[in-house]
Write a protein that binds this ligand. Structure first.
Ligand SMILES: O=C1O[C@H](COP(=O)(O)O)[C@@H](O)[C@H](O)[C@H]1O
Length: 233
């Protein structure tokens, strides 16, 4: 559980964001193929924001059994389905509408319901999910991940709910839904994508062991952080 052990971090440093994208997309493809070979399906939690867009675009070219993929999202902004700030719309445009994953296996958070109802709705869905094989996350300039922000609840406790309703996010839009740190920590593999000089300060704080939200994601196998040189500093 997140509060009972330290975060194990494996940093993967790439010269450019393009290198990071190529290696991260290939790793996702490998993990998917292994999960499908082992159990017949692949349960994948997506990061939102702008950093993963190029990775998602790469995934369009994967040669794989798309019928075995099940897609979730780690956080959502409470705006309409077609709003430009909607994380699920970003993933749809960059990747999902270009591949034949069955529509019933793509599970957006219904941010249009507002934070409380959307969080409850998604928690009910997650209760029936057998497992996550891979969770992917980003890192905000203030150290946030998913929609877990500094000085806000992160849901690290063993009995924390799977989802949190956020009503006062410091980054717009203020209303959001996030998977809790506890839920995001329940995967054998957790990747963070971190690119660009704007993330340098957050990376430095994380490396120093400061208490940023990204540090609250503590899966038993540790986390893999894919970082470009601009963010590494
Ligand atoms: O608001 C959010 O920000 C973080 C970081 O996004 P990025 O644009 O800096 O890559 C993201 O991981 C999260 O999903 C999103 O809702």
């Amino acid at each position: 559980m997140p509060e009972t052990h330290a975060q194990i971090r494996r940093w993967h440093l790439y010269p450019t964001a393009e290198d990071l994208v190529a290696h991260a997309a290939a790793a996702i493809g490998r993990i998917a193929a292994e999960a499908i070979a082992r159990r017949g399906d692949f349960h994948f939690v997506l990061a939102g924001g702008s950093t993963p867009i190029a990775i998602y675009a790469r995934l369009r070219d994967l040669d794989c059994d798309w019928s075995a993929w099940h897609i979730y999202i780690g956080d959502e902004r409470c705006v309409g389905p077609e709003h430009p700030e909607r994380n699920s719309r970003m993933a749809e445009e960059a990747w999902l509408r270009h591949v034949p994953i069955p529509a019933g296996q793509i599970h957006p958070i219904r941010g249009e319901l507002g934070p409380a109802r959307a969080a409850a709705d998604y928690a009910a869905l997650l209760a029936s999910v057998p497992r996550f094989d891979l969770v992917t996350l980003g890192l905000g300039e203030d150290g946030h991940t998913a929609s877990l922000f500094p000085d806000h609840p992160w849901g690290v406790e063993a009995d924390a709910p799977a989802t949190l309703a956020v009503t006062d996010s410091p980054k717009p839009p203020p209303e959001r839904v996030s998977l809790s740190a506890r839920a995001l920590s329940q995967a054998p593999q957790v990747f963070f994508y971190v690119a660009g000089a704007a993330k340098r300060d957050a990376v430095a704080r994380w490396r120093r062991g400061e208490g940023i939200p990204a540090g609250a994601i503590r899966p038993a196998n540790g986390v893999d952080i894919w970082v470009d040189e601009a963010a590494w500093g």
